[in-house]
Structure formats: structure tokens, C-alpha cells
Design a protein around this ligand. Structure first.
Ligand SMILES: N[C@@H](CCC(=O)N[C@@H](CS)C(=O)NCC(=O)O)C(=O)O
Length: 216
């Protein structure tokens, strides 16, 4: 940390390590190279833990980032907070420097959060971080997979390792969405396989995966 003491950061995670939202926040902290403590809670949130998170972070969901007296839940709010509190050039970037690319990155991250519900149900993160559980996809899930593939191929048409000139946090989210298909051996464009596997080979993702119980 250039010229300052290490920040007082804690990330609330959940004990199954299956949450795509915790994944996003932990990767953001790791990519920022910030030291942080982990507080691992069981879901559903209950009792004093739930009451404390609700009181201090307003919304009782994980991930929660605690920075001193500031408590934030909602993964995207967390990565935006980290980007603005620990900005470039003293810290690595989470979002593209170019405004149009930054807007595109946010657009994709919001799309991934507000769409693809049938696909997410048919191909849950437990089939990515745990055992693949291929089962027939509904027509709706298949349509959503095709839409995801169309968007991803448009963004990574020429075998690039990231959507924009350099890695950004939207690459992590897009790679996880693609891994729902790849891990379950659903047919998908080879360039997207290369892209998603390269993203999952980043140190930040390895740091998340290291928390998974080895029995899976
Ligand atoms: N939109 C939120 C979603 C977070 C969320 O749904 N978290 C779940 C775990 S994956 C949770 O904390 N649920 C509370 C509970 O189960 O009691 C985000 O992006 O962070």
C-alpha cells in the first residue's frame, strides 16, 4: 500500500462457497491486491449475524464488505466502492479506463444479473465449483445460452484473453456465466472456452477456488 497503512477490510462470505456474488467480490479484492479478513457465515442468515448485517449493511445478503465503519452488501456496489476507494494508478484497475468500455462492462454485468434465470437454474454454480450436473435444458434455458454465447462471441471475436484492452471485473463475471456451460460440457464456441479457462486460471480465481472443500 503506497504511503499508507493497510486498510481495515473484511469480506463476509458464505460457507458453501457457491455464491457467484461472493466470487465477484473476492476476486475484486484479490485483483486490487488488498489485504482483507474473511468472515464466513452459514446461509440462510439467521439470528445475531443476520440482525447485525441488516442493521449495518442495510441489506442482509452476502457478500458484505466492511471497511472500517462502512458496511456494503451487493457485489457490484462492493466492486465499485473498491474501485473508487483504492483507485488507479496506486492500485490495479477493476473497470476499464475508457468511459464507453466501462459502460459496456457495467451493461454486461447488469445483464448477467438480471437475465439468464432459466440457464442459471439448469446450470447452477454448484455444477461449476462442485460436480457437474448435466441435465436436459428447457427451451428457455437453451435460448438464454444462445443469447449468452452471441453476446460473448461479439465481445471476444478474435481470441482475446479479455473483452477490452486489459482485464476487468466484467471478464470474471462473463467467464463464470460461460463456465456454467463449459463445466457441463454443453457445446459452445471454442474461443469462449479458451477465454473462460484463461480467466479461471487467474490467481484471483484460484484464491476463491482454494476455499472449496476438497470432497466435491
Ligand atoms: N444481488 C446480490 C445477491 C446476493 C445474494 O443473493 N446473496 C445470497 C447468497 S448467494 C444471500 O446472502 N442470501 C441470504 C440468505 O440466504 O439468508 C449481490 O449481487 O450481492
Amino acid at each position: 500500500m503506497p504511503g499508507s497503512a493497510a486498510p481495515d477490510l473484511t469480506l463476509y462470505a458464505e460457507s458453501s462457497w457457491m455464491s457467484p456474488w461472493v466470487f465477484h467480490a473476492l476476486v475484486a479484492l484479490e485483483e486490487k491486491c488488498l489485504p482483507y479478513k474473511l468472515e464466513v457465515v452459514s446461509l440462510p442468515l439467521q439470528g445475531d449475524t443476520r440482525a447485525e448485517i441488516e442493521r449495518r449493511a442495510l441489506i442482509a445478503r452476502v457478500p458484505v464488505l466492511v471497511h472500517g465503519e462502512t458496511w456494503i452488501s451487493e457485489a457490484l456496489a462492493i466492486s465499485e466502492y473498491l474501485a473508487e476507494t483504492f483507485p488507479s494508478p496506486d492500485h490495479p484497475r477493476l473497470f476499464p479506463a475508457n468511459l464507453a468500455e466501462r459502460a459496456r462492462a457495467r451493461q454486461i454485468m447488469l445483464f448477467l444479473r438480471t437475465s439468464l434465470f432459466a440457464l442459471r437454474e439448469a446450470r447452477p454454480t454448484s455444477s461449476v465449483f462442485g460436480r457437474p450436473t448435466p441435465r436436459p435444458m428447457s427451451d428457455k434455458a437453451r435460448q438464454e445460452a444462445a443469447e449468452l454465447e452471441r453476446i460473448a462471441v461479439t465481445m471476444i471475436s478474435d481470441d482475446r484473453p479479455s473483452m477490452f484492452g486489459a482485464w476487468c471485473i466484467a471478464d470474471t463475471d462473463l467467464a463464470l456465466a460461460l463456465m456454467r456451460l463449459i463445466a457441463n460440457q454443453d457445446p459452445i464456441d471454442r474461443r469462449l472456452v479458451n477465454y473462460a479457462l484463461a480467466q479461471f486460471d487467474r490467481r484471483s480465481v484460484h484464491r476463491f477456488v482454494a476455499h472449496l472443500p476438497t470432497t466435491r
